[in-house]
Ligand binder design. Structure first.
Ligand SMILES: Nc1ncnc2c1ncn2[C@@H]1O[C@H](COP(=O)(O)OP(=O)(O)O)[C@@H](O)[C@H]1O
Ligand SMILES: [Mg+2]
Length: 303
């Protein structure tokens, strides 16, 4: 549904997006993750046909965004990072203004707008958009992006600045849209905001794709790249003996507990050493890095 081929954007000699190759299938919720300045918004702007790539190409449902930007706009919805509305108009009036661009007649517009306002829980709100909270604006933005009932939805950091409840609500909305068959491309610099809802993710740092796939695939890929040492957590009942075993890189000890950094999984060696000394083991386990740990180190590695 979404495909980029060596997509590149250069600003003042700097590659904001660097030979990006991505594929997102129909019905997927794709999380585009990366730190600030990684190139997420620039990628999205090229995908929605708002800026032209320096080189490379992208297609939406087989349509080239540079060749046929208008045809692409008909099948996509886009929520930019900073969504702007007319502050003196209500939600309904704002949507009506945008709906006219899609050539819907008055009756069509009324029906579509009523459906969307209900979907984003803004039905019955009479305030002007200028008085909306950030969360309400984001929800109105989503309604706007959905006006033309798009096949593909692009959302640029839709949950930034939302409170936890707002994030949750947004997540549910996105999941619902995907169940209805839409493809969703959502960017974020915060892993936890997309990990529950995304079927696949791409990690971008410094314009380059660092990893791509399901969260599990990405975790495996990045862990491999990262795995020069492992951390083993050990707790014994009796005071810890000196652990001069091959493979130990460093030990951080706190009473009867220790975090052992080792060049490989040496738990068996540790267990037999403790057995020889007749010690009681309370805990002996590999410390699995969390997805957050892995992502952070992937970001750092690129930077
Ligand atoms: N219009 C522009 N002119 C010059 N540099 C830009 C422009 N837009 C983005 N950049 C630069 O490109 C890089 C990627 O930016 P952006 O795509 O906005 O990242 P993200 O959305 O991941 O935070 C940054 O270094 C940014 O400063
Ligand atoms: Mg951005």
């Amino acid at each position: 549904m979404i495909r980029t081929e060596n997509l590149t954007k250069v600003y003042n000699g700097i590659k904001a997006v660097d030979t990006l190759n991505l594929t997102v299938d129909r019905g997927e919720i794709f999380g585009f993750l990366g730190p600030n300045g990684a190139g997420k918004s620039t990628t999205m702007l090229m995908l929605v046909g708002m800026i032209e790539p320096t080189s490379g190409a992208c297609t939406i449902n087989g349509i080239g965004t540079t060749e046929a930007p208008l045809a692409v706009k008909e099948i996509i919805g886009y929520l930019p990072e900073d969504v702007g509305f007319y502050g003196s108009l209500t939600a309904e009036e704002n949507l009506d203004y945008f709906a006219r661009f899609y050539g819907m007649d008055a009756a069509e517009r009324r029906e579509r707008i009523a459906t969307l306002l209900e979907l984003v829980h803004l039905d019955g709100v009479t305030q002007k958009a200028g008085e909306f909270s950030r969360g309400m604006k984001q929800r109105l933005g989503l309604a706007q992006a959905l006006l033309n009932d798009p096949l593909v939805l692009f959302l640029d950091e839709p949950t930034s600045n939302l409170d936890p409840e707002g994030v949750l609500e947004y997540r549910e909305l996105i999941a619902r849209l995907a169940r209805e068959g839409k493809t969703v491309f959502v960017s974020s610099h915060i892993l936890s905001e997309v990990r529950q809802v995304c079927t696949s993710v791409g990690i971008i740092a410094q314009g380059r794709l660092v990893a791509n796939g399901t969260l599990e695939e990405v975790r495996r890929e990045l862990t491999r790249a990262d795995a020069d040492t492992v951390t083993i957590i050990l707790e014994t009942k009796e005071p810890l003996p000196p652990l001069d075993l091959p493979g130990v890189v460093s030990i951080e000890q706190n009473g009867n507990r220790a975090a052992i950094e080792a060049s490989s999984d040496i738990r068996d060696g540790i267990a037999s050493l403790l057995r020889e000394r007749d010690m009681t083991v309370r805990e002996l386990r590999l410390l699995e890095p969390t997805l957050e740990d892995i992502f952070l180190s992937a970001y750092r590695r690129e930077a």
